[in-house]
Every structure is written in C-alpha cells, then in structure tokens.
Ligand binder design. Sequence first.
Ligand SMILES: Cc1cc2nc3c(=O)[nH]c(=O)nc-3n(C[C@H](O)[C@H](O)[C@H](O)COP(=O)(O)OP(=O)(O)OC[C@H]3O[C@@H](n4cnc5c(N)ncnc54)[C@H](O)[C@@H]3O)c2cc1C
Length: 456
Amino acid sequence: MTILDIVDTAARLREQLGGRILLPGDDAYDTARTPWNLAIDQRPFAVARPESAEDVVDVVNAAAALGLRVAPQSTGHGAGALADSDLSGAILVSLSALRGATVDPVSRTARVLGGSQWNDVLAEAAPHGLTAMHGSAGDVGVVGYALSGGLSFYARAHGLAVNLVRGVQIVTADGCLVRASADENPELFWAVRGGSGAFGIVVSLEIDLLPYAEVVAGMMLWDATQAPRVAHAWAEWTRTAPESATTSMRLMHFPPLPELPPFLSGRSVLVIDGVVLEDDATADAVLAPLRALAPELDTVARIPSAAVVHMHMDPPEPSPAASAGGMLVGLPADAVDAWLDASTTIPGLTFAEIRHVGGAAARRPSRSGALGALDAEYLVAGIGMVPVPEAAAAAQAGVHAFVAALARWHAPVLALTFIDGGVANGPGFGDASARLRELKAIYDPRAMFAAAHPVD
Ligand SMILES: Cc1cc2nc3c(=O)[nH]c(=O)nc-3n(C[C@H](O)[C@H](O)[C@H](O)COP(=O)(O)OP(=O)(O)OC[C@H]3O[C@@H](n4cnc5c(N)ncnc54)[C@H](O)[C@@H]3O)c2cc1C
C-alpha cells in the first residue's frame, strides 16, 4: 500500500467502525496490540476489540470491503507463531473483551465465549465437581489451545482437547455467523478442529468437561546435579506408567531473582510434575519408583482439580519468551543422554521439557476433525526467556538447537500448540493438509484470515 492508500483505508475503517477500531497513534493502540508473549512486537494495520458477535461480524465485513486481512487473537500466548505472518495489512482482532463461560452440569459441557481463558471455565466448572482439558497455565486461551490440539495433563487418559469440542459459532470470511458441529456445517467443523483461526473468528465454543473434583497432582524437585540419575529413571518409569498418569520432566535454569522462592532462585533444578487419575493407594503405588529417587521437594497430593493450573509454575503474567517444540517416537537411554547434554550446555535455553504423551493422545477417535491425535510418545519443548530484546536471537537459536539435538528420535508429527515462529506449519497438519487447503479455498478464498498456524 502507498502512504495515500494507507491514509485512505484508515479513514474508511474509522468511518465504518468508529471507536471500535484502534489505529496507530490512538492512545490505546499500543496496549491493545501487545500480546501475552512480550517478546513479539506485533504491528497490525489496526486493532479491533469486539464485545459481541455482532461486533465481530462488522469487523470482518469492514476488512473484506477494504481488502484487509484479519488475525484473531485471544491472549497472544501463540503470538510467536503468528509472527511469521505480515500484519501490516491486517486487523488484529483481540477477543479479550469476549470472555465468559456457562456450565451445564447435567450434560457436563461448557459454552465458552471466544476470548475466554481456561481459568474462566474452571471457575464455573469447579463448583459442579467438574474440570476441563486445560493446559499447564490457566490464562491460556480456550480457542487457540483447544482448536490446535491442546495437550493437557489429562492427555494420556483422555486424548487431545480438540476431540472434546462439540461445536463452534464462527464468523466466516463472508461475514456470516454460523454454527459448525457434527450436524451443522460438518466440513467446516472438521476443518476448524485443527485449522483453528485460519477458517474464521470463533465467537463461542462448546466443549465437554471432565468429572474430576480432585486429582492426585504436584511436582517433585531435585538439584540439577541429580539430573542424570533421575532423568534415566523417569524415562524408564514412563515405559510402563499407566495411561492414568501424564507427567513431564524439565531441566529449569532460574536466574537469581528476589520474586522467585528460594528453592528456585539462582538454581538449576530437575522437576517432574503431572497428574495421576487414580485413587490415593493406586497413585502412591504408581509414583513409588519416582519417590524412591528421594526428591528434595515433593508436593504430589490429592488437590482440587482447579489447582492443577498452578502446578507447572508457568509465569502468572505476560512474559517474553522464545519457544520451539518437537515430538519423539521414544526415549531410549541415548536420547536421555542427548537431552541431558543439550539441556545443560546450550546457551539461551531456560527450560528444557519432555512430556510423556502417547496413550489416548496418540489414538484418533472416530469422528475427529483435521487434527485428532499425535502419533508419538513424547513431546519435547524448549523455552528461552527474553528479558531484553537483545536476548531474542540467542533464545531463538537455543530453543531450536535444543529440539534439533533430539532429531534422531523425532516423530514425523508436530504438536501445533508447541510450535512458534520459524517452522513451516504444513507438517503440523499431517495427512489433513490437502483437505484443509481445499476447504480453505472454499471458506476463505481470499485468504483473509491470518492464523498462528496458516493453512496454505
Ligand atoms: C505459558 C504457556 C503454557 C502453555 N501450556 C500449554 C499446554 O500445557 N498444552 C498445550 O497444548 N499448549 C500449551 N501452550 C501453548 C498454547 O496452547 C498456544 O500458545 C495456544 O495458541 C494459545 O492459545 P491462545 O488463544 O491463548 O493464544 P493466541 O495467541 O491468542 O491464539 C493463537 C492462535 O489461535 C487462534 N485463535 C485464538 N483465538 C481465536 C478465536 N477466538 N477465533 C479464531 N481463532 C482463534 C488464532 O489463529 C491465533 O493466532 C502454552 C503456552 C504458554 C505460553
């Protein structure tokens, strides 16, 4: 666009949407364009903050009339992936004002507004003795997480979160608000369960809940000097762990910071955490081999299920980070050694995680959508904190080097929710890629929607 085009388009956008649109120079523009991942500097043409489904329809129609793209965003936890898209000609549609959930305890389902966070769902589900297929952090957005797979600490027992989605209300590229479910617009429903924001703006979603008021969950912690002994033992333990147990192992390097608890500040530690969906006696028996490794700290106990979102120690506030992920076919002893070496030697890598997946997460249920399972046994994810912008390059290099260090054991699948920028997204859709592209051409022929995981 020339400068004249930009000025003209901005004026027409303002004319159509008035105060519902924020343009560069408006007071609130900078706050509204800032995602949860503070390392990502998004500079969209404009930002819209719809408060209703009707607002969303108006924004999509205005964008279509002016030839602008549209990028839906709930929280910006996935902003690193969206950063591969040029937003200079796009309206960033921040759904942060469209939050709230209602729970039907009889059908054990929740109806969730498009910008909701998992904490919104848990607050409504917990009083009914129910919980949800949330991930490790409660402030992650329901739509971005669930429609791109969603790996929870219930995954080995209950599969991917995307398979619990029963229907969506979505504004498509033609500005129509439609429902997609097994019975209505089934092809769109298939596509959106994996294709996510590439097919429209989800204004609400219905999702099944899980019948757990309390679960056995928590973490065990060792000094990093114990890592070789504990890591090999955990890998061995996962080989026979029941599907009721979903756990993760991380090597975590914490800087010395006064806001951190003393057991973390300035230390490198190995942490195993997770959930065991068993009664107390069975859970104790399952966990006994890990407890025999004499953790310095052991918080694993029966807790309210709503508290599981605090277990993984994710940052409670927006944070700057680079991340990268991959999946592994297995974790033999030499893979553990490669993980230990990479976790302790690669500069820029703050947290090096391996999650035990497989189980139900590797089995595609009948009637699933474009993404129904992850055919792999482990997830590997590297995170590099970016306290100052100058640290971004080292963090990016570090997290990618970490994932590459395990290349010998990579599975030919990717967990979309753990992929940030710098990776072609096509492989994440696997066998569904071709059909997704066909449906994209039908539902969004002008490729209006810019998504964290593009379908192109
Ligand atoms: C601290 C932290 C912990 C995490 N833990 C886990 C975990 O345990 N398991 C896991 O699987 N993942 C996890 N993730 C990854 C997370 O699931 C992804 O980053 C996901 O994209 C976040 O969704 P969001 O809506 O919050 O993010 P956003 O950045 O807001 O959205 C990501 C993408 O989703 C789409 N989208 C979002 N909202 C809408 C909407 N209303 N309509 C249409 N499209 C939409 C868009 O394409 C958007 O680009 C974690 C991430 C972080 C930073």
